[in-house]
Ligand binder design. Structure first.
Ligand code: PLP
Length: 404
């Protein structure tokens, strides 16, 4: 098992040798890639490249084998019962859209309700809003408190017989809040309501146990888990995937085709029409190997402590206000600074080689809730250091002097 020291982990990420001064604190947007992933992708294209499933020759057979093995690795990482419940998608967004249009929409009737929360990323909001609009159903929003915690009493009250789906983020990309998805799933299931968990931010940092929690769907993206862009995972319970019709049609997803009729392959292949991002899958497999070799609970504890350290340093700055202060939180720190626009602050920090994100973070309703145009967000992961948190706080102070 590789050591836990960030310096040791950091050495495995070539980007930092090209940018030695870089404090990369935009991990909620995308993570950097370890050497193992970059080499794995290159090795696939150099030595292994072939299309999958349809080839009889050995290169294609080997590519197919590798491609299918990654499903097993992913299943093990997230506690899924097996590879059959792991669908390759282009990312969390695509996975959520697939569930909204293929699972929910056919069973949604006028007057029904879909529940999301006040802190959802647009990717876990708009697909449900569109489905509701199409079906004449209503989008219910679980409220949150000013510190960014869901109102669980309100949630319990909202679980009526009309609700046909609950879609909830595990870890808020803007507030850092970790939601009690296991408890929420149990409560929803008591009313027979299926649950999708948006794991875009949690898959890399939290222990995931989809079967243990009993969630119906879990979606995440490879690029936020140290893997390539353009590849993601949708976990779905077998009985749901079986019942779902594909929404994209083409090669590699059928059993039989005539001009009159088509029968579809079993899941997950049914949802993977056309040539998929094969190299992306292989790269994702390398990323899953990378995180699986780590002591995940220890990494989580260290990264969350780093987030707390950054908060403690920033809290000393007069005129700085955190957006999101939940008791259960990941290492995502959003804040606003009096009289300094988040874009100006991020530009100032960039000149100091500190990469943070500024804006609404694809959560405009959160900005509306707090009455702000955006926040500055620093998001930490396993290669970040205390020294980077200190640089961030010091430069936020400098920016404040500069702009006010
Ligand atoms: N959900 C959350 C909470 C996110 O943070 C993101 C991306 O930032 C997404 C969904 C969408 O992920 P992707 O753009 O990789 O599909």
């Amino acid at each position: 098992m590789p050591g836990l020291a960030p310096s040791e982990i950091r050495q495995q990420f070539p980007i930092f040798s090209h940018h030695p001064e870089l404090a990369y604190l935009d991990n909620a947007a995308t993570t950097q890639k370890p050497r193992a992933v970059i080499d794995g992708l290159a090795a696939f294209y150099e030595k292994q490249n072939a299309n999958i499933h349809r080839g009889i020759y050995s290169l294609s057979a080997q590519a197919t084998l590798q491609y299918e093995q990654v499903r097993r690795k992913v299943a093990a990482l997230i506690g899924a019962p097996g590879p059959g419940s792991i669908v390759y998608t282009s990312g969390a967004t695509a996975g959520i859209n697939l569930v909204a249009s293929s699972f929910l929409l056919p069973r949604l009737r006028p007057g029904d309700e879909v529940l999301i929360s006040a802190m959802e990323h647009h990717a876990n909001l708009i697909p449900w809003q569109m489905a509701c609009r199409q079906a004449g159903a209503r989008l219910g929003v679980i409220p949150m408190s000013p510190v960014g915690e869901l109102d669980m009493a309100a949630f319990r009250q909202m679980l009526s017989g009309r609700v046909k789906m609950l879609a909830i983020t595990h870890l808020s990309n803007t507030l850092g809040t970790i939601n009690p998805v296991e408890e929420m799933t149990a409560l929803a299931h008591r009313k027979g309501i299926p649950v999708l968990v948006d794991g875009a931010q949690s898959a890399a940092h939290l222990e995931i146990d989809v079967a243990g929690w009993g969630v119906d769907f879990f979606a995440f993206s490879g690029h936020k888990l140290f893997g390539p862009t353009g590849i993601g995972i949708l976990y779905g319970r077998a009985e749901h995937l079986e019942a779902m019709q594909p929404v994209i049609f083409g090669g590699d997803m059928v059993r039989n085709v005539t001009f009159e009729e088509t029968s579809f392959a079993a899941p997950p292949q049914r949802f993977e029409a056309g040539t998929t991002h094969i190299a992306g899958v292989i790269g994702l497999g390398c990323a899953v190997d990378f995180v699986s070799r780590l002591d995940r609970p220890a990494v989580r504890a260290r990264v969350e402590a780093l987030g707390q350290y950054a908060r403690a340093l920033l809290a000393e700055i007069p005129g700085l206000r955190f957006i999101g202060e939940a008791r259960q939180a990941g290492a995502i720190v959003s804040f606003v600074l009096d009289r300094v626009h988040p874009h100006d602050l991020a530009t100032f920090l960039s000149a100091e080689h500190i990469a943070v994100r500024a804006g609404h973070h694809c959560t405009q309703p959160i900005m509306q809730y707090y009455g702000i145009p955006g926040t500055t967000r620093a998001s930490f992961t396993l290669y970040n250091t205390r020294e980077e948190a200190e640089r961030l706080a010091a430069q936020v102070r400098e920016a404040q002097k500069f702009f006010t």
